[in-house]
Design a protein around this ligand. Structure first.
Ligand code: SAM
Ligand code: SF4
Ligand code: SF4
Length: 341
């Protein structure tokens, strides 16, 4: 029997509630801000299958996170999670974990026409689909693989047909896709899907981020207000990451994930498990704790729980807050495609 760690708090009194699992470091896109093609080329050393946590290992760890730490939500991500074979099987295993309220996935959407129905049947509740532009030429350039917008729209339609909850993520970059803000807002308002604007972040080491390339939440609100005025509304729950707004005409909602201009570290209750089983306590961390090594060396559940508890208790990450106050020391960071967004 493992001890109950539901009330374990980190150094800044934050509980562990949300687990993001990256199931693969591979992707069928090469988004310029995440996996630039020049770096993630054909010789890039992606992880071999033997290095990935197996579905059984993932299930075991997920059970511990849910039963002993009180994790209520799991999000599957990557890389592109649907590049991993048999994802409905993993979703099925996770959805049978008692106490887990919500399983979601973040995906570029292209493979949803193949998998949406199977994922829904297996227990997936929601998908967040990433799309940065409705303009084909711009989108092809951003995704680095020349994939048309219609492929993602087909994925969104498949998710809808399958009955999955849908949100859309748009990363906004200065000089790249600001002009897509209004068309995207109009399109998804009409479709009835919540669009979330994400500030371009300095994740990883390869996307040549600088503060000037960020279009902030305030900038986006200004642009929206010119054509389709919005007003802020209450969060769905305490510590919700996306700030909610609704259109003043009463027809729909948008969200903002403003980790650059309005850091939310104070309420960050997320842990991230990388594809090869390292536990990260921050998106901007330099290294993670090797849980796979413990899992593969025959450690008991109790020993795993103690290790996870120690990692969480020692956590004091607040990179975005430090960045906002110019206190974030330069560091080598883990790549986004490796631990997921
Ligand atoms: N491949 C899936 C997808 O694109 O939805 C899941 C993984 S992706 C790393 C998760 C989310 O992170 C996506 O919505 C993506 O747009 C976002 N993202 C990636 N790099 C980012 C960056 N530098 N700044 C802000 N968001 C980023
Ligand atoms: Fe792939 Fe998602 Fe990264 Fe784009 S954002 S390269 S789709 S992992
Ligand atoms: Fe959480 Fe780290 Fe992001 Fe702060 S910077 S919100 S601690 S992931």
């Amino acid at each position: 029997m493992t001890a109950n760690n539901e009330h374990v708090l980190d150094q800044k009194d934050r509980p562990l509630r949300d687990l993001r699992i990256s199931v693969t470091d591979r992707c069928n896109f090469r988004c310029t801000y995440c996996m630039p093609a020049e770096i993630f080329g054909k010789d890039y050393p992606f992880l071999p299958k033997s290095e990935l946590l197996s579905f059984e290992e993932l299930e075991r760890l997920a059970k511990l996170f849910v039963h002993t730490f009180g994790v209520e939500k799991i999000r599957l991500t990557g890389g592109e999670p649907l590049m991993r074979k048999d994802m409905p099987e993993l979703v099925g295993k996770l959805s049978r974990i008692p106490g887990l309220r919500d399983i979601a996935m973040t995906t570029n959407g292209v493979l949803l026409p193949v998998y949406a129905e199977k994922l829904k049947k297996a227990g997936l509740k929601r998908v967040t689909i990433s799309l940065d532009s409705l303009d084909d030429e711009r989108f092809k350039t951003i995704n680095g693989r020349g994939v048309s917008v219609s492929k993602v729209l087909d994925g969104i339609e498949a998710a809808k047909q399958a009955g999955l909850g849908i949100k859309i993520n748009m990363v906004v970059q200065k000089g790249v896709n600001e002009k897509d803000i209004l068309p995207m807002a109009r399109y998804f308002k009409e479709k009835g899907h919540i669009l979330r604007f994400i500030e371009f972040m300095d994740v990883g080491n390869t996307n040549e981020w600088n503060q000037k390339s960020v279009v902030t939440k305030a900038d986006i609100i200004r642009i929206l207000n010119e054509g389709m005025p919005i007003e802020s509304i209450d969060p769905n729950y305490k510590g919700e990451v996306a700030k909610r707004y609704r259109y003043q005409d009463g027809s729909g909602e948008v969200g903002f994930i403003s980790s650059v201009s309005d850091a939310f570290c104070a309420t960050c209750n997320r842990a991230r498990l990388s594809a090869k089983g390292e536990l990260f306590t921050c998106l901007f961390a330099s290294s993670g704790f090797d849980l796979r090594k413990l899992v593969r060396s025959g450690q008991s559940d109790q020993e795993l729980v103690e290790a996870i508890g120690t990692v969480w208790r020692n956590r004091d990450d607040q990179y975005s807050l430090d960045r906002a106050q110019s206190k974030a020391a330069p560091r080598k960071k883990v790549e986004m495609s490796y631990i997921g967004g």
